[in-house]
Design a protein around this ligand. Structure first.
Ligand code: UGA
Length: 433
């Protein structure tokens, strides 16, 4: 690949790092930018704070061969590059709207470096119209060279498999009205084999929100079905299997649990609802999606209370704190919210997670953190599985039964085999079965 093609990636969060490392791995010359010098220094030393399969070795390898570097100097990185990626976060504000301050700030800092034709690629999830907003900010800053294009290029990476997803995307969406920019973007992604969807910027921005909110709705739907299964005595796993065979429904995202979490689904669903409200459209369906999701966490706590008789002064072993397995991320994690509710109901919680303990410690006070699942289970009145980590499947449950005061398990992820556990003497409940 052409080492002369240079890319600057602004923001070394999870999307920025994965984008930067993967573009470098494809053979481009990439410079990743951030304001945080401490973070840059540890990245230069090959230390990646986020737990993401394949990412750290990929960063180290590409730094060694000179394809990837880290800097705080946006102006010279932009001057040197042809493609400028904006990968900063767009958190929810207090009204649920996406706060695009960081995107606007990035645009302002890009402007002084525009000294020749460049393509500014927005990968951050932003409300409709934001691509044009970035364009206006740069124009108003009167850059040295007047010609540039701003393109919307949403990402569909899943945490935990983000490197794989970047290299093997289900589709590449390019939103632009400029033929020149479209041609260059097509060229950039030539090494990747995926359907290419070229559209206008507003539709590209909408594709991202519509996809995430749809998947979130699918999860709330199966959670509602699971709850109903409990009333009528059906097994939701059989039900979702039977539904999934219909290609129009599909097998994926039909796993019930404690509700969806993470840095994307809750935030993006709220943001899409806010966009609808701003444009005068009443998107009741999304209100339902969010409400089912909120209630689902409470249901797990109520279930545990029913199983135990009370929550006050009982010891609960909580296994899993990340918002899903194979990540250390605890943002909007249902596990964290459930542990908080248990703590507020005066239960004594002892929690364990294979990767998310450090992040969880910053968010959870008044609970105990155990070094391993067995320590968490010691003298516990109940054990609750909150994240579907594979290692929880293979624990020595007969030993856990001996360690616990009462052998009670609430499996909010339907990870374990009820028959086996019941044989081992546990009182077991899952979700929707
Ligand atoms: C999600 C999307 O899957 C990505 O396509 C998207 O790019 C990303 O958001 C983003 O916008 O950046 P991610 O947040 O990493 O990716 O997590 P998912 O694997 O989608 O899971 C989200 C939540 O839904 C988790 O809490 C998970 O436990 C839950 N979930 C997922 C279920 O409860 N049931 C399921 O069947 C699937």
């Amino acid at each position: 690949m052409d080492q002369e093609i240079k890319c600057a990636v602004i923001g070394t969060g999870y999307v920025g790092l994965v984008t930067g490392a993967c573009l470098a791995d494809l053979g481009y010359h990439v410079i990743c930018l951030d304001r945080d010098e401490g973070k840059l220094e540890s990245l230069r030393n090959g230390k990646v704070e986020i737990f993401e399969a394949e990412l750290e070795p990929m960063i180290v390898r590409n730094m060694k061969n000179g394809s990837l570097s880290f800097s705080a100097d946006i102006k010279s990185a932009v001057s040197d590059s042809f493609y400028i990626f904006i990968t900063v976060d767009t958190p929810s504000d207090e009204t649920g709207r996406a706060d695009i301050t960081n995107v606007e700030e990035a645009a302002r800092r890009i402007a002084p470096g525009v000294n020749s034709y460049k393509i500014i690629v927005n990968k951050s999830t932003v409300p409709v119209g934001s691509t044009n907003r970035v364009m206006r900010i740069i124009e108003e800053s009167e850059p040295e060279y007047p010609e540039f294009d701003v393109v919307s290029n949403p990402e569909f990476l899943r945490e935990g498999t983000a490197v794989f997803d970047f290299m093997n995307p289900t589709r590449i969406v390019i939103g632009s009205d400029s033929e020149k920019a479209i041609m260059h973007m097509t060229e950039l992604y030539r090494p990747i084999n995926a359907p290419l969807l070229i559209t206008d910027p507003i539709s590209a921005e909408m594709i991202k929100y519509a996809s995430n909110a749809f998947l979130a709705t699918k999860i709330s739907y199966i959670n509602a079905i699971a709850n109903l299964c409990e009333y009528i005595g059906a097994d939701v796993r059989e039900v979702s299997l039977g539904m999934g065979y219909d290609g129009r429904i599909g097998f994926e995202f039909l796993k019930p649990g404690p509700g969806f979490g993470g840095s994307c689904f809750p935030k993006d669903t709220r943001a899409l609802l806010a966009i609808a409200t701003d444009y005068g459209y009443n998107f009741d369906l999304l209100k339902g999606t969010l409400e089912v999701n909120r209630r689902q966490r409470e249901r797990m706590v109520e279930k545990l209370e029913r199983m135990l008789g009370k929550l006050e002064e009982v010891k609960i072993a909580a296994l899993g704190l990340s918002f899903k397995a194979n990540t250390s991320d605890v943002r909007e994690s249902p596990a964290i919210e459930i542990v908080r509710m248990l703590r507020d109901r005066k239960a004594n919680v002892s929690a364990y997670d294979p990767k998310a303990m450090d992040n969880a410690r910053k968010q959870l006070e008044g609970i105990e953190f155990a070094d391993n699942p067995y320590l968490a289970a010691r003298d516990a009145d109940a054990l609750v599985i909150l994240t579907e980590w594979d290692e929880f499947k293979w624990l020595d449950y007969p030993r856990i039964a001996e360690l616990m005061k009462r052998p009670i398990i609430l499996d909010t992820r339907n990870l374990l085999d009820p028959q086996v556990l019941r044989k081992e003497g546990f009182t077991y409940e899952g979700v929707g079965r």
